[in-house]
Design a protein around this ligand. Structure first.
Ligand code: HPA
Length: 236
């Protein structure tokens, strides 16, 4: 039994799997553990950021909340990689569509992550590094979505550190550059994974459209999210 712990994750000896699903909302982690995993055991309660380890189709998998924004997922993903040896980090979350052809509930796979945050400055890259998902995870997720008949888009996503932007035109140039959707965590996740040589992917369900102003209701979201979780769980 391992006694490893960090300031933010105290598993009290409960193992964390090599593959971890990362929803932003810790209650969604609880939902996945209770509805999809067998023999799920809670491994973290620090700051209410619930984490569980169980099995899915016989394979060990963990699921843990990340909170919102690059700073929060940056902390959890770093500790999961560097202290707990996690090798596959799969974010599952919601996003706002930035292109007209993308509909509510469509799934988006973040092949690349662009950002307005300064998260990358810490690496002192003498230029701009393109942050990309693990091709292996991306391909598997794409194939699974196709098999399920789930509408899926693959491309660049924007990791914004601002939800309520004072500049109402802040998305305009990202839209012009073909970015598919906006969310708030992918850059920190991909940066930490790439810097450590492990695998990461962001899977998103469209919860609102910044182009048409459409929004989903909480009830409708549950079913849509179930499909995304199924795609993610099959990567374990
Ligand atoms: N912005 C940022 N993150 C999001 C959004 C959004 O509009 N919708 C869902 N996640």
């Amino acid at each position: 039994m391992s006694n490893k712990q960090t300031p933010h994750i105290k598993p009290n000896g409960v193992e964390i799997a090599e593959t971890v699903l990362l929803p932003g909302d810790p209650l969604r982690a609880k939902f996945i553990a209770e509805n999809f995993l067998e023999d799920a055991v809670c491994f973290n309660e620090v700051r209410g950021m619930l984490g569980y380890t169980g099995t899915y189709k016989g394979k060990k998998v963990s699921v843990m909340g990340t909170g919102m924004g690059p700073a929060s997922i940056g902390i959890y993903s770093y500790e999961l990689i560097h202290v707990f040896g996690v090798k596959n980090l799969i974010r599952i979350g919601t996003c706002g569509a930035l292109q007209k052809n993308i509909k509510l509930y469509d799934v988006i796979l973040g092949m690349g992550s662009s950002t307005n945050s300064n998260y990358m400055h810490q690496y002192n890259i003498p230029g701009e590094l393109s942050l990309t998902a693990s091709f292996d995870l991306l391909l598997k997720a794409y194939n699974k979505a196709q098999e399920m008949g789930q509408p899926v888009h693959v491309g660049n996503i924007l990791c914004s550190e601002i939800f309520y932007n004072a500049d109402k035109n802040a998305m305009e140039n990202w839209i012009k550059m073909g970015v598919l959707a906006v969310e708030m965590e992918s850059t920190a996740l991909y940066a930490n994974a790439i810097a450590a040589g492990v695998n990461a992917l962001t899977i998103l369900t469209v919860s609102d459209s910044l182009v048409t102003g459409e929004e989903t209701t909480p009830e409708e979201r549950q079913t849509a999210f179930t499909k995304m979780m199924e795609i993610a769980l099959n990567l374990a």
